[in-house]
Ligand binder design. Structure first.
Ligand SMILES: [Zn+2]
Length: 410
């Protein structure tokens, strides 16, 4: 079997044959063993212009280029590619198009694909170490890979959206993510959380696209709501369970727990029960798996009537999102409101009063059964992406990573 046949069988470099191959042991060129493979263009190959993709016949010049390939066995692998530039009647002087390497890329498509796949599960730093590449080249390769793989976002056939904000840097700059909630596809990500900053999405959607939107899930956020109402005449606003419960935790459970813990200061047994209680109280009851934790939660609630009340009312509040019939949900809400107002717990009364005007948006969930855990899931995933990609400072890349994490279920 000839060398070029072996190369072809292995899925090697189309249009090229192998020239000289050199191997350097660890320590000779770098800390790792290296293989250098020279690739020579096949003479009788039909060439295409990388500008327009048309067939071309004239070669302008040939230049050497060093391109990284996937490691071969144990060695870091470099290709020395004699790259042709062609003379295209339409585009002028252009690089010859090759199926296995991008136009200006310094890595083969195979390597780019591996880097991209690895970057889904590992940090840039780890991928860079693994391939012995620089942090910056891994980032550049992954960014290019994602941009090509994802293409422009598909915003057709959308009749419901869910939108949420997230922090880009701790507590400072914010961005907005907009998702198709049924198939979990990220449609758009943009800097900011004001009316103006989300406007480009609706402009992109166009009048017909906006008209098709029937439901929008969101946090109780005035800016989002105002902008949606201005663009989507038929859209109903649906408030998301996750945010309401988070708010309840911050505005009711936290202050009540703090006040009660303070009151228990003299009593060492009760104080011990309170320690680290926040986590238990905010947790979904179903997710508390360990028996010890459950006993601690019941101890805590036992020791304290007020905490018990706010805890039970939290669990009940969540049920508002389970109803199918608005009338039944409304009755349930009225009962919940009455219990909150009669609780004698000031933070709870305040919360109930503030929530009251938003109740129609909660009951709208009966008509549009959008996943209440969707925004929570996306929020958590974004946090993970941010951690893995720490130090980006590149919005475009960060947003591509978010889109890639939610490509939509076909
Ligand atoms: Zn051309």
């Amino acid at each position: 079997m000839s060398g070029s046949e072996i190369t072809r069988l292995l899925g090697g470099w189309e249009g090229y044959r192998v020239g000289t191959v050199q191997r350097f042991e660890a320590g000779e060129k770098g800390p790792q063993a290296e293989i250098w493979i020279e690739l020579l263009p096949l003479k009788r190959r039909r060439m295409r212009c990388s500008g327009c993709g048309e067939l071309v016949s004239k070669v302008h010049d040939i230049k050497e280029r060093w391109i990284r390939e996937l490691p071969l066995l144990d060695a870091k692998t470099w290709l020395l590619v004699w790259r042709r530039r062609v003379r295209c009647p339409g585009c002028g002087t252009k690089l010859e198009e090759l199926p296995w390497v991008g136009r200006y890329s310094r890595v083969t498509k195979r390597l780019a694909e591996s880097v991209g796949r690895l970057c889904q599960v590992a940090s840039i730093k780890h991928v860079a170490t693994f391939f012995s590449m620089s942090w910056w080249s891994v980032k550049a390769v992954d960014k290019q890979y994602l941009a090509e793989k994802l293409g422009p976002p598909d915003i057709g056939n959308v009749n419901a959206i869910a939108m949420d904000e997230f922090a880009i840097q701790k507590g400072h700059r914010y961005a907005t993510v907009i998702v198709e909630p049924y198939i979990k596809r990220v449609l758009w990500v943009g800097r900011g959380r004001s009316r103006e900053s989300i406007r480009p999405f609706f402009e992109l959607l166009g009048p017909t696209g906006c008209q098709a939107i029937k439901a929008v899930a969101m946090d109780m956020n005035g800016a989002y709501e105002a902008e949606v109402r201005a663009w989507c005449p038929d859209a109903e606003i649906v408030y998301d369970l996750f945010h309401v419960v988070m708010k309840y935790g911050r505005e009711v459970i936290d202050p009540v727990r703090r006040a009660e813990a303070k009151r228990a200061e003299g009593d060492s047994r009760t104080r011990k029960v309170f320690k680290g209680a926040r986590w238990l109280l905010l947790r979904n009851k179903r997710n508390i798996e360990s028996v010890d934790d459950r006993i601690r939660l019941y101890d805590l609630l036992d020791a304290n009537r007020n905490l018990m009340k706010v805890y039970v009312l939290k669990e009940d509040l969540k049920q508002l999102w389970d109803f199918h019939y608005p009338k039944a949900a409304k009755r349930f809400w009225k009962d919940w409101y009455r219990r909150a107002m009669q609780s004698g717990i000031e933070p709870l009364r305040r919360f109930a009063k503030r929530l009251k005007p938003y109740v129609p948006g909660i009951l709208a969930h009966c008509r549009h059964r959008l996943h209440t855990s969707l925004l929570e899931g996306i929020n958590n995933k974004i946090k993970v992406i941010k951690r893995m990609a720490y130090g980006f400072r590149d919005d475009a890349y960060f947003f591509l990573k978010i889109r890639a994490a939610f490509p939509g279920i076909p």
